[in-house]
Write a protein that binds this ligand. Structure first.
Ligand code: SAM
Ligand code: SF4
Length: 335
C-alpha cells in the first residue's frame, strides 16, 4: 500500500515501510557507546511485548504497507522465545533481517535457515580482542568474530557494523576494509551518535570525510569506487577495486539522510519511536492490550515526525546535551 491515505506516510511524503522491532532490553555485552556503565532501568517483564503481541503488531504494520522488518535489541538472540518469534514473523510477506552482536549466532544457524532469515548484520568494532573487551566490557571477541565466517560459509548476506571512535578504533579502518578482499561482506562504518549516558562528545566523532580521507590515502583515490545509493539508503557504499565485498559509511551525525528515511521503531516495551533521535514515544502496546485499534496511534506517531533528526536539524543542536541526553540509551531503542 503506498497511497496518500496510508497511515505510514508522513507530512513530508516519506513512506515508512521499514519496521525495526527491538525484542529485548537485555544484552550479553555492555558496549560503552550504547549503554551507561551502571546499566539501564529495565522494564518489568509484564510491560514487554510477548511473542504473540509482537506478531499481532507486526501483522498490522504489514497490512498497512510495511515490507521489511529488522529484529534488534538489546541483543535479540538472548530472548528465550526467539525461535517462536522468528517462526511467527516468517509467515509474513516481508524481507526479514536481524542485527546481532554475533555472540550466540552459532546456536541459531539452523533456525535462521528454516525461517528464511538471510540478511544478518553483525556488530564488530575492532579486530583486536583486548579492544573488544574494553569496548564491550566482555571477553567475547572470538565468538563474535567467528560468527562472521560461519555465516558467510552458510551463504547468509552479512554486513558488519563498526562504530568508529576517535583514538580508539579509527586506526582499524583499513584492517576492517581488508576483510572485504576475500569475503563477500559489507563493512559499514557508523558515526558515533549521542544518547543518554554514553559520554558522547564531538572530539570522539570520526566523520564521513575523515574516513574517506583515510581510505583515499591508503588505496589511492582511483582504486576504490562509489557505488550507487540504494533506495532509502542510510549507508553510502564503496568498493575497493577487485575486492569481493564492499564498505559503507553511515553518517547520521555529520551528514544525515533524513530525506529518504523510511524507518519506524518499536521498542521492546511496545512504544513506537518515529525517529532514532526522538524522545517522543507512542505507547501502542497499551492500546493493543485495551483491545482498541492501534492504527490511529501509528498514524499520529508518523504524523508528528520531524523533517530532520527529531528537530535537531543542525550539528549545533545535536551537539547540545540539553537535546541529545533526553533520548533513551541505544540499548533500549535498537539502533
Ligand atoms: N545487540 C545488537 C548489536 O549490537 O548488533 C543489536 C542492538 S544494537 C543497539 C544495534 C546497533 O546500534 C549496533 O550496530 C551498534 O553498534 C549500534 N549503536 C549502539 N550505540 C550506538 C551509538 N552511540 N552510535 C552509533 N551506533 C550505535
Ligand atoms: Fe548490546 Fe548491541 Fe548495545 Fe553492544 S551495541 S551493548 S551488543 S545492544
Amino acid at each position: 500500500m503506498d497511497t496518500d491515505a496510508s497511515i505510514l506516510k508522513d507530512k513530508f511524503g516519506r513512506n515508512h515501510n521499514y519496521l525495526r522491532i527491538s525484542l529485548t532490553e537485555r544484552c550479553n555485552l555492555r558496549c560503552t557507546y550504547c549503554m551507561p556503565a551502571d546499566g539501564v532501568q529495565l522494564s518489568p517483564k509484564r510491560n514487554l511485548m510477548t511473542a504473540d503481541e509482537i506478531y499481532e503488531i507486526a501483522k498490522i504494520f504489514v497490512a498497512n504497507g510495511v515490507n521489511k522488518i529488522r529484529l534488534t535489541g538489546g541483543e535479540p538472540l538472548v530472548r528465550k522465545d526467539f525461535k517462536e518469534i522468528l517462526k511467527k514473523l516468517s509467515t509474513l510477506n516481508i524481507n526479514l533481517s536481524i542485527t546481532t552482536n554475533g555472540v550466540l549466532v552459532d546456536r541459531y544457524i539452523e533456525t535462521f535457515k528454516t525461517n528464511g532469515l538471510k540478511h544478518i548484520n553483525i556488530s564488530l568494532d575492532t579486530l583486536n580482542a583486548d579492544k573488544f573487551k574494553f569496548i564491550t566490557r566482555r571477553n567475547q571477541f572470538k565468538k563474535a568474530f567467528d560468527s562472521i565466517k560461519l555465516l558467510v560459509d552458510n551463504h547468509f548476506k552479512v554486513k558488519i557494523n563498526a562504530v568508529l571512535i576517535k583514538g580508539f578504533n579509527d586506526s582499524e579502518i583499513i584492517d576492517l576494509i581488508e576483510l572485504t578482499k576475500n569475503l563477500s561482506i559489507a563493512i559499514r562504518f557508523i558515526e558515533f551518535m549521542p544518547f543518554n549516558g554514553n559520554k558522547w562528545d564531538r572530539s570522539k566523532l570520526v566523520t564521513q570525510k575523515e574516513i574517506l580521507e583515510t581510505v583515499g590515502d591508503y588505496y589511492g583515490s582511483n582504486q576504490f569506487l562509489k557505488l550507487e545509493n540504494e533506495e532509502n539508503f542510510t549507508s553510502k557504499n564503496y568498493k575497493v577495486l577487485n575486492y569481493k565485498g564492499e564498505f559503507g559509511i553511515i553518517s547520521s551525525v555529520s551528514n544525515p539522510f533524513c530525506d529518504s528515511c523510511n524507518r519506524i521503531r518499536l521498542t521492546a516495551n511496545g512504544k513506537l519511536k518515529n525517529c532514532l533521535f526522538s524522545n517522543n514515544e507512542t505507547d501502542i502496546l497499551s492500546v493493543l492490550r485495551s483491545n482498541l485499534q492501534i492504527e490511529p496511534a501509528i498514524k499520529e506517531a508518523i504524523n508528528i515526525k520531524h523533517a530532520v533528526r527529531a528537530g535537531m536539524d543542525s550539528f549545533k543542536k545535536l551537539n547540545n546535551p540539553k537535546f541529545h541526553s533526553q533520548n533513551r540509551s541505544m540499548l533500549t531503542i535498537g539502533g
